[in-house]
Design a protein around this ligand. Structure first.
Ligand code: SF4
Length: 282
């Protein structure tokens, strides 16, 4: 404050004491070093710094994730009070659905850098439309609620080369043929299925992706491969994208369904989600 010339030394100290009071810390904290403060007190000081310039818009990135649950509640309460008294808008980034439901008016659910669903808080939490949001909400225990827990398999993808089509498709429990499967993914899925369940076929099969949507298979007949795909596609969603399997010049060619990125579809007033299943039913 002094460096920018906005305040002289005395005025700056007055402002510091006012800010400490706003975040419910006593004035003597102005002379303390960070290592003399608890985690919750440090977070209050960070909030005081954030509001020092009377901003109209504040971005809070996981402001309570490193704190004990009881301290979390105090900090959230403080943020709500400050939001009202300073008439600020807040963009709150968190992985904690309970925190979202306490703080938010509107929710944007993101996965791998893309918005999957957005809308008013009550709508999104009570009637999640996107399979990813449904999985997130199913993980929050609630007394008396009978909701099947959806456990997502696999890891969050690399953003250096994110999945094609819908970025959630490799982990989506209800993915369909057009969700974004590529020849690399289908070849990997076929290899795993053959190794685990058809060892004799696995020893003969040689799979080679040709571009994004074609796969060459040697060592198996078209009917052997079709049989595997028919039996396994119910349990392995990547195989659902196989559109045709045909014999061509001594090799088997596998062609995949063309994929696309799902667009946002309005499922209720102001509540939108990006999923092919919703586009198909709208
Ligand atoms: S578009 Fe819908 S069904 Fe397909 S992977 Fe994404 S969330 Fe799942």
């Amino acid at each position: 404050m002094i460096e920018t010339g906005a305040y002289d030394k005395d005025k700056a100290m007055e402002k510091v004491v006012d800010l400490l009071e706003e975040v419910q810390l006593p004035p003597e904290f102005a002379d303390r070093y960070p290592h003399e403060l608890s985690g919750g007190q440090r977070q209050r000081v960070a909030i005081a710094r954030g509001i020092a310039t009377n901003p109209r818009f504040v971005v809070l990135d996981e402001p309570t994730s490193a704190l004990d649950v009881s301290v979390q509640a105090e900090i959230l309460e403080l943020l709500r009070e400050l939001r009202e008294t300073h008439k600020m808008a807040m963009l709150f980034i968190t992985h904690n659905i309970s925190v979202v439901s306490y703080m938010a008016d509107r929710i944007y659910v993101m996965y791998a850098g893309k918005v999957m669903e957005k809308g008013p808080k009550a709508e999104v939490i009570r009637k999640p439309a996107h399979p990813y949001t449904q999985a997130l909400i199913s993980a929050v225990p609630e007394v008396g609620r009978q909701m099947r827990r959806v456990v997502l398999k696999g890891d969050v993808p690399s953003l250096v080369s994110p999945p094609k089509g819908c970025r959630f498709h490799p982990r989506c429990p209800v993915a369909i043929a057009t969700c974004g499967w590529t020849a690399d993914e289908v070849a990997e899925a076929l290899r795993r299925v053959l190794e685990a369940r058809y060892p004799e076929l696995s020893q003969r099969a040689r799979l080679r992706p040709l571009g994004e949507l074609e796969l060459e298979v040697k060592g198996l007949s078209a009917s052997e491969l079709k049989d595997v795909v028919e039996r396994e596609s119910e349990f392995n969603r990547a195989l659902k994208s196989i559109q045709s399997v045909s014999e061509e010049g001594g090799r088997v060619m596998v062609r995949l369904t063309k994929y696309s990125e799902p667009r946002m579809v309005e499922v209720a007033r102001g509540h939108l989600a990006a999923c092919h299943l919703l586009s198909a039913s709208s």
